[in-house]
Design a protein. Sequence first.
Length: 153
Amino acid sequence: MERKNIELSPDERKELKQFSTKGIHSVRLVNRGKIILALDTSEGRKAETQESIAKRIGVSRRTINTAKGDFLLSQSVSSFLQRKKRKTPPIEPKITGEVEALIIALACGEVPKGHAKWTLKLIADRCVQLRYIDAISHTSVRRVLKKQNLSLT
């Protein structure tokens, strides 16, 4: 397997140094910048050993290898110092604004026969019966009502 050395241009080295020492950035990204600076062999520098880098920065050797591989694959220093983009979007919430409105309307409406007042479990069960939502817990109903500053008293 061929060893790949990292040789930074003066501008890239300056950008990495500035990123690693100034501003507010994620610790993970700052550590990645420090790792690449330590592995730099440009201008006659000698790369540090992985053990010394790991000890000094407080990361594992696997983190060093991952950072090095990511840097070699990246197009530029600035793209290397970015957070990963999501491959999939986040999960959509089950309780949408429409469902919230239906829950609030139900809680503010007339109490069913045989009951003195609405309970969270009663509202949750009624929402499922009326097919507002497939399933909902009483704690989710509580969150919806609390968000609107409503109480069942």
